[in-house]
Ligand binder design. Structure first.
Ligand SMILES: C[S@@+](CC[C@H](N)C(=O)[O-])C[C@H]1O[C@@H](n2cnc3c(N)ncnc32)[C@H](O)[C@@H]1O
Length: 197
């Protein structure tokens, strides 16, 4: 029996995700990966299809990563930055030449983009839980995001908790916010356009 290559590439990460949530609940922030509904809403908000360079913060087991690769142009690049080594290993198994999987922290996003020789990102997509990290770390990540984003770029963060809106206000201004109920838990999708900050 042959295996469908697209299924072989997609990591079956629900068990790993739940295990890692129980070990690092504050860092992971949710017990199961994002739904397809949330993936599609985030991809539309970030206009992934028009981007040349995309950065993902906190890919987890790579569901959102795979969905973004499905929408990304053939000659564009996607840099995924994950702090958890087991999740990073899972994302590294995705076979796609456009993807760079990087083990590291979103606090260093600017240096990581530079270290891979990438242009300023047109879109940054974040699933990291801003509500459970210290305000200092959250503000540091958001300042880095604002600094590295292209002048016409957009930043999209999907979050259960609205805290990211207040944390980002000084550097990115007021976001547009939409709600995706077809996810566990329901998620707010925050979108900032740098040119409007
Ligand atoms: C809610 S999960 C999102 C997973 C995945 N993107 C999804 O949609 O299912 C949050 C992810 O952010 C990662 N993370 C948390 N803090 C981080 C940081 N400072 N830098 C990079 N990744 C981080 C966690 O390890 C976890 O994989």
């Amino acid at each position: 029996m042959t295996t469908n290559p697209s299924l072989r590439k997609r990591p079956n990460g629900h068990l790993l995700f739940a295990q890692q949530f129980f070990r690092h609940p504050r860092q992971i922030g949710s017990i199961i990966p994002s739904s397809g509904f949330l993936e599609r809403r985030v991809i539309a908000a970030a206009d992934i299809a028009a981007a040349r360079c995309v950065v993902e913060l906190g890919p987890g087991t790579g569901g959102m990563t795979q969905a973004m690769l499905g929408a990304l142009a053939p000659d564009a690049r996607l840099l995924s930055i994950e702090i958890n080594p087991l999740f990073h290993e899972q994302v590294s198994r995705i076979e796609d030449e456009r993807l760079i999987a990087h083990l590291g922290s979103a606090t260093d996003v600017r240096a990581i983009v530079t270290s891979h020789g990438l242009a300023a990102p047109d879109a940054i997509v974040s699933g990291i839980p801003f509500s459970t990290m210290s305000a200092a770390i959250g503000s540091q990540i958001l300042a880095e995001v604002a600094a590295v984003l292209a002048d016409t770029g957009r930043f999209v963060a999907y979050q259960f908790n609205p805290r990211v809106g207040a944390l980002a206000q000084p550097v990115l201004g007021t976001p547009q916010v939409a709600m995706e109920l077809r996810n566990i838990p329901p998620m707010r999708v925050f979108r900032w356009a740098k040119s409007q900050a």
